[in-house]
Design a protein around this ligand. Structure first.
Ligand SMILES: [Cu+2]
Length: 511
């Protein structure tokens, strides 16, 4: 079932990248002088990529709804509208239909007009917005809209579109047509290949900068590359990219000069000098037979690159469904601090006499332990909603305090309430991904059927820290079903005793 969701994500990523690539080819790779010759075939391919993108947009909505509900396909008619109206994912998804409509209108208009450059730019901007909706619904958006991490992720995807997408477009459209045309235009083949190489180089720089930043954000340590499934998948992706870079460099520095030579270009002419195409003085004697051979060699290389590109996108889709080992470092309170493992060893539990030791010493952890009813000093009411949110999304407790959480599932889906620090939540999420149907037996969590109210008593550590509560039903955590417990001395308070009533946040909310 997990693979099924990954496949839909991969399809959507592929459609997005292909759309960006075909547009990039039309705008930048095919020279203006030759635009006429490629217009029809590129436009047809653009129609195919828009159709794929439209289909994938519907499919990812359905598969994400299914993932969030955890239910059977028959539940979909009920769940999909709820995801669309009530979740962050749904709200971002709504950006797609109008943008797709714009793409189709531009596409239909472009079949009539000859000067399609302006239309190409409009379409590229629209495709960039679609790409942005991908970034806004992935891990980078876990901690807010339009954050730095989201923009970086978007640039990474745009880079992939310019690079891998244009490789797809070359393989599917430009090279087949070029090979039929090249006897009359050997220089055109050389120029197109050079432009592709330049575009790939620029896109690669963008991909590397943003990719390194993201990897640095997502992996805490070098060892995470081998110790976590996420890290190993990333390693596979990086290896494929490394091979791609080698082939690309070989193309650029060996194959391209030979092709140019055979085509009669004495040396590489920079793009901004392409007007020199028409000057006969810039030409040496072209050799059609050799040009054909060398063009074929280049075509094969790009084909191989495209196949590797498919592998890269597949690996990327697996990563999109995984949980980064260091997702916790994206949470401001934890960023840049020492690891929680170190903190827990030196953590001081409630001083003797102040609070009796918690019931089960074995269940002690960095973020507290199950508490006893007679120690309860505050009661917090929390609602779990089908919009993949807790209400309230942030609560305040005092160091060493024992709190009763009364949690109500106000929705129609199963929800959970699991207490833990950022690391615990990520680990729990990873376990749930492996065994989504395992029953909840952890002392730090409860699961709630629709409409059910249950409570859990928890004693927090005697120090300031941040703990979280989260739902680990499939897809819920990824959709942002997470709340924050700030363990801190409240301003203006000195003793625990008086705080009970002030803490009893009884929030019935909009439900
Ligand atoms: Cu939930």
């Amino acid at each position: 079932m997990h693979l099924f969701y990954i496949a839909f994500t991969a399809f959507d990523v592929f459609a997005t990248v292909l759309t960006l690539g075909v547009l990039a080819c039309g705008l930048w790779v095919v020279p203006h002088e030759a635009a006429e010759a490629f217009h029809q075939t590129l436009w047809r391919m653009l129609g195919v990529s828009f159709a794929l993108l439209t289909l994938s947009s519907v499919l990812i909505l359905l598969s994400r709804s299914l993932e969030m509900s955890g239910g059977p396909v028959s539940a979909l008619p009920g769940v999909a509208p709820m995801v669309l109206s009530g979740t962050h994912y749904g709200r971002v998804w709504w950006v797609r239909p109008p943008v797709l409509l714009l793409l189709w209108i531009a596409w239909i208009a472009g079949r009539r007009y000859r000067n399609v450059n302006a239309l190409g730019w409009v379409m590229f901007a629209a495709a960039a917005i679609i790409a942005f909706t991908r970034s806004e619904t992935g891990h980078p958006a876990d901690h807010g809209d339009f954050t730095f991490a989201v923009w970086i992720d978007w640039l990474h995807l745009m880079g992939a579109g310019l690079w891998i997408g244009s490789l797809f477009a070359m393989t599917l459209v430009v090279f087949p047509r070029l090979r039929r045309h090249h006897p009359q235009h050997p220089l055109l083949a050389a120029d197109i290949f050079q432009r592709l190489s330049t575009l790939a180089g620029l896109a690669l720089a963008l991909i590397l900068v943003t990719g390194i930043y993201t990897a640095w954000q997502q992996l805490d340590t070098w060892s995470a590359f081998v110790t976590t499934a996420y890290g190993r998948t990333l390693l596979v992706k990086l290896s494929l990219v490394a091979v791609l870079i080698l082939i690309g460099a070989h193309n650029r520095y060996l194959k391209l000069p030979r092709l140019q030579q055979a085509a009669g270009r004495v040396r590489a002419v920079p793009r901004w000098l392409s007007w020199s195409l028409r000057k006969p003085t810039a030409l040496a004697t072209a050799d059609p037979v050799t040009t054909a051979q060398r063009l074929r060699a280049c075509t094969h290389a790009v084909k191989a690159e495209s196949l590797l590109g498919v592998g890269v996108l597949a690996a990327a889709s697996v990563l999109l469904h995984g949980m980064p080992p260091a997702a916790m470092s994206a949470i401001p309170a934890f960023g840049g601090t020492m690891s929680m493992g170190d903190a827990s060893s030196s953590m001081s539990m409630p001083a003797p006499g102040a609070t009796p030791p918690a019931a089960s010493a074995s269940a002690m952890s960095a973020f507290g332990a199950p508490g006893k009813a007679r120690e309860v000093r505050a009661t917090l009411h929390i609602n779990a909603l089908d919009s993949m949110r807790f209400e309230p999304a942030e609560v305040h407790v005092e160091p060493g305090e024992t709190v009763r959480f009364v949690v109500t599932n106000r929705g129609k889906l199963l929800h959970e309430f699991v207490i833990g620090d950022a690391r615990e939540q990520r680990e729990h999420e990873l376990e749930m991904e492996k065994m989504p149907d395992a029953p909840m037996h952890d002392p730090n969590g409860i699961s709630l059927r629709p409409g059910e109210t249950r409570s859990i008593i928890w004693t927090f550590p005697d120090r300031s820290m941040q703990v979280e509560y989260a739902c680990h039903q499939p897809g819920h955590f990824a959709a942002g079903m997470l709340g924050l417990i700030l363990v801190d001395q409240a301003p203006g308070k000195t003793a625990h005793g008086q705080s009970a009533n002030q803490h009893a946040i009884t929030k019935t909310g909009g439900g």
